[in-house]
Design a protein around this ligand. Structure first.
Ligand code: CA
Length: 228
């Protein structure tokens, strides 16, 4: 499990990183809210551990923005704010769990393990395939020819849509509506650009263009035979 710890008390960062690494987590750290949000939005983390009071951007607004961008990564708040209102605010912002400082490390570990178990289950249940291409939409990671390629959230959502409609044309209107949202200001050019990114990153000869209409992932006969 890859974990991002966003916390500005360096002593706590050091001791927590040590504890978490010792317990099998791969840990990255951010010391302020803005860096934390940027790192979280790479989509590569399985769990976020968030402090509430942080420089530049507080934990609540960080989490709201993270959720607004469509990420459903489990998040646990670590905080000294312990009133019921504070807890409610944290959970309303999209946190999965809430732990009051000071806390016992054994309790933090137990809660993280519970979140990890749920996460592993969702991660394995949600892998999508189209021929030799695999997509893990929760990690925004594609796998092709045994190589794992990191995608951005939008690239991953676009590829997810194409895989769900494997072999069928998805129109640019449908792509905008599903990936960017009905009220977004995304245009056909935005779609073309993201298709270009996918082709560049994944080298997909079977990602076909239907001029003036949209795109589809071509099902080759071999793949169909294997699938059947
Ligand atoms: Ca703090």
């Amino acid at each position: 499990m890859k974990l991002l710890l966003v916390e500005d008390e360096t002593k706590l960062v050091d001791s927590l990183s040590h504890l978490l690494k010792k317990n099998g987590f791969v840990v990255d750290t951010a010391l302020d809210g803005q860096t934390g949000l940027d790192m979280a939005c790479t989509g590569i983390y399985d769990i976020l551990v968030l402090d509430r009071m942080l420089p530049y951007q507080d934990g609540i607004s960080l989490l709201k923005e993270f959720r607004r961008q469509g990420y459903d990564t489990p998040v646990i708040f670590l905080t000294a704010k312990d009133s019921p209102e504070d807890r409610a605010l944290g959970l309303d912002a999209g946190a999965d769990d809430y732990l009051i400082k000071p806390f016992f490390s054994v309790e933090l570990l137990a809660r993280l393990k519970a979140l990890s178990r749920r996460r592993s289950k969702t991660l394995t249940e949600n892998v999508l395939t189209a021929g030799d291409l695999m997509l893990n939409p929760l990690r925004c990671q594609a796998t092709k020819d045994n190589e794992v390629i990191q995608l951005t959230l939008k690239e991953s959502q676009l590829l997810e849509l194409l895989i769900h409609n494997y072999g069928q044309v998805v129109t640019k209107e449908q792509i905008i509506e599903k990936v960017w949202g009905y009220f977004s200001d995304a245009e056909f050019n935005t779609v073309n650009l993201y298709i270009h990114y996918l082709r560049k990153k994944l080298k997909l000869p079977n990602l076909k263009t239907v001029w003036g209409v949209g795109y589809y992932l071509h099902k080759s006969k071999d793949v169909t035979r294997v699938a059947n």
